[in-house]
Design a protein around this ligand. Sequence first.
Ligand SMILES: [Zn+2]
Length: 94
Amino acid sequence: MTVDVNRIQRSLLDRRRELFETVARVEDDLRWLDTNVEPEAAEEGQEENIARLLARLDDRCEGCGERIPAARLDAMPTAVTCVDCAAMRERGPG
Ligand SMILES: [Zn+2]
């Protein structure tokens, strides 16, 4: 039995080309996702989340950005606004 080296080599080269094409396609897809989908949608939400997170870490009012008094946070740990802004929100805009 003889081994057809040329045939095997050709088939391996074919396989390699297929793999390269697959990788190239996947990379294209990832690039497309990077440039077309992720940035706006994800970043906007992310910035909002980060801003909110930082605001929470710093115990700052979401309404006016002032520091929320510790006494208020003691009474209401989930408070995201100072008393003034909370009252204003309850009354509604205007
Ligand atoms: Zn406030």
